[in-house]
Design a protein around this ligand. Structure first.
Ligand code: MSP
Length: 713
């Protein structure tokens, strides 16, 4: 993260105006559905970096936002029977609330919230200004021509520049045929300049191995790209040619500049905030992204900016994916975990505000940053109990309790030099050494974008301090009045180590560290402590400390896991809470407090329309079908229901061959609680007639053409 060589955080040269600048962005998230733990991962990582940079004395602009245009938003809204604007308004709120819950500090220091929406009027103006500026400054960069190719609406990416059918290499779904007159960007003309950029700035793309990927893409095959659409309505109109709207990626990438004020004045640069964070000589712009969108950021975006004659970002950092059972977590695969249930269930069951720290710590600690990582609820709870409850939490309570008990609640005196035995000297030296090493390495590791290793260092201090207390045994010293001075020295050293831990772990676990800091009598705001200038040995004696109650109460794994599961069900299927749940939902989670037990309805009893309305029936299109090993009757289907693709297991293998089902329209019960069969999750049920004595299934379908996602009622 260091601005010169990506290595350790170095003392910076503050410019005349004071602090050095750092502008950090998350990708802007598609607002067609709610965020999952994968999207939260990127935002949390950025928050850790932003907090760290502030603690190093930077003036930070940290921005996130929502990507609200494009055909997938249009479709998702259509399927819900609402307008695209209504849909993005609903989802944008969910994003904002989640970032609040996770303690995300997306703000432009001294200027307010850092959140950008692509449907805002400021953004529309920014995109139109950018393209006008580009046409003025590089008249050959943009031109019109006919386009025929295949485009994946789910990944918003061109898959092929020829019209032959093809599946998207990223998501595997059939790409759509596009044939229309478009505005194009002459990307091919930027090949040499891009290669020069990579050569002159080897840190432009990080980690290093991703740079190789990018370079070989540019060397191999750099084609001109279409940057407008005629077939889509939901987008920003092209200036002077409103039949066209902007291609979502041109629109979305520009949001990084809108967020800090681009778009004012003819050239877009009138806002001083934009000049401060983007065009000033000492501006440092970093885009954090997931690895799947690197081409847009490391190839298209710098070329767009070159053509507009604007400065380029300094670094694109592509992190890995969070996997769920070895697959990328994504709503379309039905393998998502949501952050809200995790945070809320932890808070609810412990009666303390620990959920946010628990999730943040787990995500940062468990994954080697930059590589793919795995998400598992079980591992999350295990980490919490081991590292937070038994580790840091226990250490903090012990130290505070002993200072309360033996020193009347004031941080004691460190001066025990005169009375130390050889053994005491050895124990102190060992702790000092561990503390010194960890303090000097941790900040450098954060600076070098290795937050997982930074946490290993911090927890080395926790372990060394625990060991120190076991060895020096203050409770034994307290029995002997002649050892009073030593007792105080020991507790002072332990408190000093704990103070260092709170500063060093603050970017990752802001809530708990703040709490411990206050208990240690910390003055001012912990977030304003200078992490890169931290020194052991500076704890002030005589400071009054707070109470010793548990910072991270232990949790029962099974109980917590059950509670998270139940809360997740509510998100996946809001009807579960209110509706008379189906037999499946009860079978899935009989203990779930949210799955209400239905009053049994005798077969002949009539139901009211309001009962029927609880069942959400939707048109689906079968995208893939395969047999499941060891289950003769079951097929595993991926069914497109408009705003998402669901995995559904259906007991129709004896009646249908998988290949005959591809492309078939079906009716799916979309709000059925998920159910696990043969270790696979089924998210919905297909409607079928049950025919003959064997109950042979015959799938319900349509004679007319109907779009996927349409409601059946
Ligand atoms: N809207 C575009 C980005 C435009 S930026 C100018 C987009 N949106 S997205 O919502 O699909 O994904 C945004 C980001 O979410 C990804 O780049 C990635 O950083 C993050 N993740 C989504 N799923 C993820 C995982 N399963 N694991 C880790 N990160 C994930 O692409």
């Amino acid at each position: 993260m260091d601005q010169s060589d990506g290595k350790a955080e170095k003392p910076f040269a503050a410019n005349a105006q004071g602090k050095p600048k750092f502008y950090l962005t998350t990708p802007i998230y598609y607002a067609n559905s709610r965020p999952h733990v994968g999207s939260a991962y990127t935002t949390i990582v950025c928050d850790v970096i932003a907090r760290y940079k502030r603690m190093c004395g930077y003036d930070v602009a940290f921005v996130t936002g929502t990507d609200e245009h494009g055909v997938n938003i249009e479709r998702a809204a259509e399927a819900k029977g609402i307008t695209p604007q209504q849909l993005v308004d609903q989802n944008e709120k969910i994003f904002r609330e989640l970032w609040k819950l996770l303690g995300i500090t997306n703000r432009i220091d001294d200027a307010g919230e850092g959140f950008v929406r692509t449907t805002s009027p400021e953004h529309e103006r920014a995109v139109q200004t950018l393209v006008r500026r580009t046409m003025r400054r590089s008249p050959n960069a943009i031109f019109k021509r006919k386009y025929e190719g295949r485009y994946c609406i789910y990944d918003n990416a061109y898959v092929s520049d020829t019209p032959e059918p093809i599946n998207c290499p990223t998501c595997g779904r059939p790409a759509e045929l596009i044939s229309e007159e478009n505005y194009f960007f002459r990307l091919s003309a930027y090949k040499d300049r891009l290669l020069d950029l990579y050569k002159a700035n080897p840190q432009f793309v990080q980690p290093d191995f991703r740079m190789n990927e990018v370079r070989s893409f540019v060397e191999r095959d750099l084609r001109d790209i279409s940057i407008s659409r005629k077939s889509i309505k939901w987008g920003i109109p092209w200036p002077g040619d409103p039949e066209h709207v902007f291609y979502v990626w041109y629109d979305a990438l520009t949001s990084y500049m809108t967020a800090i004020g681009y778009g004012e004045g003819d050239d877009g640069e009138a806002n001083p905030q934009f000049r401060k964070y983007w065009t000033a000589d000492d501006a440092y712009v970093m885009h954090m992204i997931g690895k799947e969108i690197i081409r847009f950021h490391a190839v298209y975006w710098p070329a767009f900016l070159m053509a507009a004659e604007l400065p380029l970002p300094k670094q694109i950092f592509a992190h890995g994916w969070l996997l769920f059972e070895q697959e990328k977590m994504s709503k379309s695969k039905g393998n998502v975990a949501y952050p809200e249930p995790i945070v809320k269930a932890f808070d609810e069951l412990t009666g303390a505000k620990v959920g946010n720290d628990a999730l943040r710590y787990y995500l940062l600690r468990e994954t080697v940053f930059g590589q793919d990582g795995n998400f598992s609820r079980e591992a999350l709870i295990t980490r919490y109990n081991a590292d937070l409850a038994n580790g840091l939490g226990n250490l903090a309570s012990r130290i505070v309790a002993m200072i309360q008990r033996y020193c009347g609640g004031d941080i004691p005196n460190q001066d025990d030099q005169a009375i130390k035995s050889d053994e005491d000297v050895r124990a102190d030296a060992k702790l000092n050494q561990a503390l010194g090493t960890a303090v000097s390495l941790t900040s450098a590791l954060y600076g070098d974008m290795k937050p997982d290793l930074a946490l290993v260092q911090v927890w080395n201090i926790v372990a060394s301090t625990d060991e120190y207390l076991t060895k020096t045994a203050p409770w034994v010293l307290a029995e002997d009045a002649t050892r009073r001075v030593r007792l105080e020295g020991v507790l002072w050293r332990a408190a000093d180590a704990l103070r260092c831990v709170t500063v060093l772990a603050h970017p990752v676990i802001p809530d708990a560290t703040e709490k411990i800091w206050r208990r240690l009598g910390g003055q001012g705001r912990l977030s304003e402590e200078r992490i890169n200038r931290l020194m052991g040995g500076t704890t002030v004696q005589g400071t009054r400390i707070g109470k010793a109650d548990a910072v991270f109460p232990r949790v029962d794994k099974q109980q917590l896991s059950g509670r998270i599961e139940a809360m997740e069900q509510e998100i996946r299927n809001p009807a579960v809470k209110a509706a008379a749940a189906s037999h499946e939902s009860q079978a899935t989670s009989p203990e779930s407090p949210t799955a209400t037990t239905p009053a049994a309805v005798p077969a002949s009893t009539k139901i009211g329309i309001e009962d029927f309305a609880k069942v959400e029936l939707r048109v689906g299109v079968v995208k893939s079908a395969e047999r499941i090993q060891g289950a003769d009757k079951l097929l595993k289907l991926l069914v497109d229901i408009g705003d998402e693709v669901r995995q559904v297991l259906a007991g129709i293998a004896l009646a249908y061959a998988p290949e005959d089902l591809i492309g078939r329209k079906v009716v799916i019960v979309a709000n059925l609680a998920p159910r696990k069969m043969r270790g696979l999750e089924s998210n919905g049920m297909l409607l079928a007639a049950s025919v003959g004595p064997d109950g042979k299934p015959v799938l319900c379908t349509f004679a007319e053409d109907v779009p996927p996602g349409a409601k059946v009622k």
